[in-house]
Design a protein around this ligand. Structure first.
Ligand SMILES: C[S@@+](CC[C@H](N)C(=O)[O-])C[C@H]1O[C@@H](n2cnc3c(N)ncnc32)[C@H](O)[C@@H]1O
Length: 190
């Protein structure tokens, strides 16, 4: 699998049986719900040119790209257990997808390497204080079971702190509420 010069694949402990066998299927089912798929259809077709997809997972976004606007996709995800499903979906969608077993924090790509960056269901949050209390209670159990997902992240604040101007929409789309709050939108600099 080709990687950028200077990039390092994941070197942590070998994945557990749970994260190798069960987690990819669970993520694929939860993230493949109809309500989630409709959110993908709202944002993914806007991607164009050379695309970086952060946390590509099992490749559930691949069916939503506009093949006429995309020249190639680089998908990064340290969860190599999910790559086989993503590769299958890339073939089905007829897209040129290069998968890299990297964390988004350590990408060695130079600035302005991509025309679009897509990141779905890899950041995670909820605003309601009552729900937030539940998130905090559930977090110790949820995070290891859900592949590292942090329920309490404030996504708009994260984007603003990173210097992005974002147009965001947000609301609860499904129950349970602790995992049903969605943000979707577009962010750019300037
Ligand atoms: C809930 S899944 C969502 C997958 C996919 N984006 C989707 O919409 O179906 C979260 C994904 O983020 C990936 N991930 C976790 N930490 C990451 C990191 N540091 N860099 C890139 N991806 C990461 C996980 O391996 C997992 O595939």
């Amino acid at each position: 699998m080709p990687v950028w010069p200077g990039s390092r694949p994941r070197t942590e402990m070998p994945p557990s049986l749970y994260s190798r066998l069960l987690l990819p299927r669970l993520i694929d089912c939860a993230c493949g719900l109809g309500v989630v798929s409709r959110q993908r259809a709202r944002v993914v077709p806007r991607a164009h040119g050379r695309v970086l997809e952060i946390g590509i997972g099992t490749g559930l976004n691949l069916a939503h790209y506009d093949a006429g606007r995309v020249t190639g996709i680089v998908g990064v995800d340290p969860g190599v257990e999910m790559h086989p499903l993503a590769l299958r979906r890339a073939r089905e969608a007829g897209l040129a997808v290069e998968l890299m077993p990297l964390s988004a924090e350590t990408l060695p790509a130079p600035d302005a390497s991509f025309d679009s960056i897509v990141c779905t269901y890899s950041l995670c949050t909820i605003p309601d204080p009552r729900v937030r209390a539940w998130q905090q209670r559930l977090q110790p159990l949820w995070t290891p079971l859900a592949g590292g997902c942090q329920l309490g992240r404030d996504i708009p604040a994260l984007l603003a702190a990173a210097g992005f101007t974002a147009q965001m929409h947000a609301r609860y789309l499904h129950r349970p509420h602790f995992a049903g709050y969605h943000y979707w939108g577009w962010a750019g600099r300037g």
